[in-house]
Structures are given as structure tokens and as C-alpha cells.
Ligand binder design. Structure first.
Ligand SMILES: Cc1ncc(C[n+]2csc(CCOP(=O)(O)OP(=O)(O)O)c2C)c(N)n1
Length: 325
């Protein structure tokens, strides 16, 4: 898609709005205790999954972590199957065994979301290496948080990807927190994009709340990767509105939380694109119609999940690799 064309911005807007609506609904269902799996919401960060995935082909692979409802949906994962997974139902995308943190949609290139912090990074590098060996020009994307950059294998993966010019995008969603610890309590300098430099990887720091800017940066990186020119590191700056886990706003966590929210809420990536669409001549009514369609889609997914069966006890040992004793 082209950033300037007529379909890109509405489709980015719709995807961000879908992710927001789905996660707000999940948040309500968690609060009502209807959903039991831990849920890490990405509300406020929707522009990153949306912008990056819009720059990918269906065959390109994506690896997400514990906060990956947005990655699953933006890559084209089936919403009812995700909702059923979160409800623990047999119709879920991981057969109800994984819950919110273990999503998969292999037919659209999402081979797994992995809650081990930083684990997406070597997995994407492995996928990039496989693509290089197959010579099929598939690009692999690792989504990870700022906390994941502190894992040792992040450095090893950057080096390997750089050395072999692998078709990989390292997408760091810098929301400035690792659980409740702020970046400035963990690092001397706030310079994540620069960590790509010693490996000879281009590192860009971009506004992670601007879906069009994310898309443009990802598109350039994808073109580079497909041409055999190697990986790119994108640091996308954003802020997580809700708590580390669960729907609460976490106002009691950290002295600066209220002030930070006051600074970041007006930078809402959806409101920002809404303003652009209205300036371009879309009407409030048109956008309200898109919103209503999204709400209907979300409710249909919740109904599907609610009415799906739970896995049967006799199935407990299926789909596992260990031998039964
Ligand atoms: C290897 C490992 N260490 C610790 C944890 C516990 N843990 C879960 S999420 C998280 C914070 C991750 O922060 P970040 O990577 O910035 O992602 P964010 O939650 O901000 O999206 C931690 C420490 C874990 N899941 N895996």
C-alpha cells in the first residue's frame, strides 16, 4: 500500500479501531471475571502493529510477545478464533490451551506469540535465516518491548542478522516500562535505536503513535530486507495506557503515572488519524458507520467464544511433544 493512497489511511484507522475495540471488550470481560487468562493490553500502542503489518505480505512472518492481540489481528488473524482462545475454548487459535499469550495464525504468517521476554528476537532471526536459505525473500518481524532489549540474546541476534544480511525487522515498541520499572531506572541513556549501530544495522527512532510514519519506516525496511540488504531496527516510541497486565489504569503504580498519562492520552494514535481523515473530507457519519461495523464484529466474536465448547479432558495429552509415562 502507498501512504498517500486513498485506501491506506482508512484501513490503518479501521485496524487500529478494531484492536482498540477488541481490547476494551477483553478488558471488560476480564474485570467481570468471565475471562480467566492473564491479558496484557496494548491500548495506546495500536499504531505500531497496524503500521508495520500493513507494510508486510501475507507470507512474511511475525513474532509477538505477551502483548500481542494487536499483532495477531493486524497480520490478519481470525478474530473469533482469538477471542475463543482467550476464553479457553476448543475453537481457539491454539485450541484453547494457550490463552491470550500464546496466539498463533500460521496461515497468515503469525507463527506464535511467546511470553518469554525477548524470545521473539532470535525466533525472527531464525525465520530470516530460513528465508535466506530458501531464497524466497520472506521478511521476518520481531515485535518486542524496551525491556526485551536488556536480554543478552537480543545482542547476539542483532549481530547474527547483521552479519548474514538477514531479512529481519526488529520492531521495538518502546513504551518506557518493563512491568512497573521505568526505562530511566534501568538504563543510563534513552537511546534504544542507537543500539543497532555497533552491528552496522540502521536504527531509526520514530513516533510510534503515528501509524503512517510507522508504515513508511516499515515499508522502507521491508524493501531493504527483500533486496538482500539486511535488517533494520525500528524504535517506535509509545505509551501503554492500561496496566502491565489487566484492564486497570495502574494509577497507583509509580509517582509519574498520572502526569505521563496526561501527556500521552492526547497523543492517541486513533484520534490523530481521525483528524487527518476528517481534514481529507471523510464525514463524522462515515467514521461512526465504520465504528458500528467494528463493534458488531467484536460482539459476534464474543458470542462465538461464549457458545464454543471447552476442550475435553480426554484431549489433555494431545498436541504435546513429551511422551506419556
Ligand atoms: C525471560 C523473562 N523474564 C521475565 C519475565 C517477566 N516479565 C513478563 S513481561 C515483563 C516486562 C516486559 O517489558 P517489555 O519487554 O518492555 O514489554 P511490555 O510489557 O512493555 O510490552 C517481564 C519482566 C518473562 N516473561 N520472561
Amino acid at each position: 500500500m502507498q501512504a498517500g493512497n486513498e485506501t491506506l489511511r482508512p484501513s490503518l484507522w479501521r485496524m487500529m479501531s478494531l484492536i482498540r475495540a477488541v481490547e476494551e471488550r477483553i478488558g471488560d470481560l476480564v474485570a467481570a471475571k468471565e475471562i480467566k487468562t492473564p491479558c496484557h493490553l496494548s491500548i495506546g500502542q495500536e499504531a505500531i502493529a497496524t503500521g508495520v503489518c500493513a507494510a508486510l505480505d501475507r507470507e512474511d512472518t511475525v513474532w509477538g510477545g505477551h502483548r500481542s492481540h494487536g499483532h495477531y489481528l493486524a497480520k490478519g488473524g481470525d478474530l473469533p478464533a482469538m477471542m475463543a482462545e482467550i476464553f479457553g475454548k476448543v475453537t481457539g487459535c491454539s485450541k484453547g490451551r494457550g490463552g491470550s499469550m500464546h496466539l498463533a495464525a500460521p496461515t497468515v504468517g503469525l507463527f506464535g506469540t511467546v511470553p518469554l521476554v525477548g524470545a521473539t528476537i532470535p525466533l525472527a532471526v531464525g525465520a530470516g535465516l530460513a528465508s535466506r536459505l530458501r531464497r524466497d525473500h520472506q521478511v521476518a518481524v520481531a515485535f518486542f518491548g524496551d525491556g526485551a532489549t536488556e536480554e543478552g540474546h537480543c545482542a547476539e541476534s542483532l549481530n547474527l542478522a547483521a552479519f548474514y544480511h538477514l531479512p529481519v525487522l526488529f520492531v521495538c515498541e518502546n513504551n518506557f516500562y518493563s512491568t512497573h520499572m521505568a526505562l530511566k531506572e534501568r538504563r543510563l541513556k534513552d537511546n534504544l535505536a542507537e543500539m543497532a549501530q555497533p552491528y552496522g544495522i540502521p536504527g531509526l527512532c520514530i513516533d510510534g503513535n503515528d501509524a503512517c510514519a510507522v508504515f513508511e519506516a516499515a515499508r522502507t525496511a521491508v524493501t531493504r530486507a527483500r533486496a538482500g540488504e539486511g535488517p533494520t531496527f525500528l524504535e517506535c516510541r509509545t505509551y501503554r495506557w492500561r496496566g502491565h497486565v489487566g484492564p486497570a489504569w495502574d494509577l497507583e503504580v509509580g509517582a509519574h503515572r498520572r502526569a505521563e498519562l496526561d501527556e500521552w492520552l492526547p497523543k492517541d494514535p486513533i484520534a490523530r488519524l481521525t483528524r487527518v481523515l476528517l481534514e481529507e473530507g471523510r464525514s463524522e457519519q462515515e467514521l461512526a458507520g465504520w465504528c458500528a461495523a467494528i463493534q458488531r464484529e467484536v460482539e459476534a466474536a464474543v458470542d462465538f467464544a461464549r457458545t464454543s465448547p471447552l476442550p475435553d479432558d480426554s484431549d489433555l495429552f494431545r498436541h504435546i511433544y513429551a511422551t506419556r509415562r
